[in-house]
Design a protein around this ligand. Structure first.
Ligand SMILES: Cc1cc2nc3c(=O)[nH]c(=O)nc-3n(C[C@H](O)[C@H](O)[C@H](O)COP(=O)(O)OP(=O)(O)OC[C@H]3O[C@@H](n4cnc5c(N)ncnc54)[C@H](O)[C@@H]3O)c2cc1C
Length: 427
């Protein structure tokens, strides 16, 4: 197999566009034939989750229909997208976070007309509940930032208001919070399917059960160009390549010699048996002290409490049984009537967030590369931001810059420049 010693390292030959590997193992007469046989893909996207699908769709809508999305999973959503609880919020602690949500909301409002599938956007609100002044001051600072970014719907709420929005919450120790009525819920798999089917109708292709396993690259002056992408099935000559590999982005980056600071973080969801303890339109309710949050979905209650699982394998998604008692105890403190909530173990979920050091995306061309693009590090907000991220990355690839929004705060070089975005706890 002529790719057997494919190293993924940069070619030492600056003059040639033919990767080193051909020189090493293929006689010259065969090289042209192999290159001719290799399929050319204008844009190859690694990762067919909601972000990869959104990028494919937005490229195709711009007329770029020779797009191939590959995913090692056997079916759509095998990564984190199918695990997401479906929260959508505009309440973020930086302008860029808010703007990504506002743009995404506009797109979600037109999603069904455009793509024929209901993205499930229901503006039931997000209710932040706080028990201390420090966290209230964070919510107030965030509110100012949100207003500057164009989000004027967020209101500070009193304990009485909290009862109005969610009568189930215990007010024990609660001093206030914030509520945003245009936050709410979405259906992650509907958004993924909408973008995937929309992209396919325009000519893009999706291949599941196909793993990216390396690249051949060439130095061109100060920058590097990726010429070919190797997969578990075949190799492709490419125009551009996008890393949309979610929690696995750093593994894909490493194959190209890029050290991406994206780390997986396990997150679990406890799902109750069907119950009428909470109405479906109750807002997502989040306690700022430890980010315990809950919602109702499809007649069940979903409980989430982030903890550090200390797994030996950072990509491990085995469900940790001990956590159920912990989250149930916390749920009972926050919502007394959850004392009777029974958890349906078979429907509980464990998945991975894709954390970046400042909890913001790395979006754009990889530093030092001509045609290697990143859409990584959504840090647990990737579904809600996927409509924006797809549109923005398509602009970056096709126009050389984003035009819908200024994405300078998301430039992949910011961390190396020592200019991370500010991180606000629990936002
Ligand atoms: C429990 C939980 C709850 C969440 N709740 C929310 C929420 O309420 N709202 C929200 O917005 N977000 C939520 N998230 C986060 C959200 O799921 C992610 O941010 C989002 O799915 C990221 O999308 P993606 O397309 O980048 O990643 P993924 O869906 O993980 O897709 C990446 C794909 O890349 C593929 N891949 C990896 N390596 C390779 C390779 N070498 N070759 C080919 N393919 C490869 C994987 O198979 C995977 O399918 C939640 C996540 C979890 C775990």
């Amino acid at each position: 197999m002529f790719f057997s010693d494919f190293s993924g390292k940069q070619s030492s030959s600056k003059a040639s566009s033919i990767p080193t590997i051909f020189y090493e193992v293929v006689p010259y007469s065969s090289r042209t034939r192999i290159a001719e046989l290799m399929r050319t893909v204008d844009h190859l996207i690694i990762g067919g989750g909601v972000i990869g699908a959104s990028i494919a769709y937005h490229l195709a809508v711009r007329g770029e229909t020779n797009v191939l999305v590959i995913d090692v999973g056997k079916e759509p959503g095998a990564g984190s997208t199918s695990k997401a609880t479906g929260g959508f919020r505009c309440q973020f602690g930086t302008e860029i976070g808010v703007k990504l949500s506002l743009l995404a909301r506009e797109k979600l409002l037109h999603f069904e007309d455009e793509l024929g599938i209901d993205p499930g956007y229901r503006p039931c609100g997000y209710l932040f509940v706080s028990k201390n002044e420090h966290q209230m001051s964070i919510l107030r600072s965030a509110k100012e930032i949100q207003q500057k970014a164009g989000l004027r719907n967020v209101r500070e709420v009193s304990p009485d208001d909290i009862t109005q929005h969610n009568p189930a919450v215990s007010l024990d120790g609660v001093i206030g919070g914030t509520f945003c009525p245009i936050d709410g819920f979405i259906k992650p798999m509907n958004i993924l399917k909408g973008y995937m089917e929309g992209a396919k109708q325009l000519g893009a292709q999706f291949e599941f059960g196909t793993q990216c396993s390396g690249f051949s690259m060439e130095e061109r002056g100060a920058s590097t160009r990726v010429n070919h992408v190797r997969t578990s099935k075949e190799a492709y000559r490419i125009g551009s390549v996008v890393n949309a590999a979610g929690a696995w982005a750093a593994v894909v980056g490493r194959m190209a010699g890029i050290a991406l600071p994206i780390t997986p973080a396990k997150r679990q969801v406890a799902v109750s048996y069907p119950t009428n303890l909470l109405p479906e339109d109750m807002p997502m309710t989040i306690f700022t002290e430890d980010s315990f949050h809950f919602r109702a979905r499809d007649g069940r209650v979903l409980l989430l409490l982030p903890v550090d699982y200390q797994t030996r394998d950072p990509f491990d998604t085995t469900f940790e049984e001990w956590w159920i008692e912990k989250v149930k105890a916390r749920a009972k403190e926050c919502v007394p009537k959850f004392a009777s909530l029974a958890i349906d173990r078979a429907n509980c979920v464990a998945g991975l967030y894709e954390m970046s050091p400042d909890r913001h995306q790395l979006l754009g061309r990889a530093p030092g590369f001509e045609n290697f693009y990143l859409a990584n590090g959504s840090s647990g907000h990737g579904v809600m931001h996927s409509p924006s991220l797809g549109q923005l990355l398509a602009e970056e690839i096709l126009d050389g810059r984003t035009t819908s929004l200024d994405t300078t705060p998301l430039r992949p070089s910011r961390l190396a420049e020592g200019k991370p975005n500010p991180v606000m706890e629990f936002l």
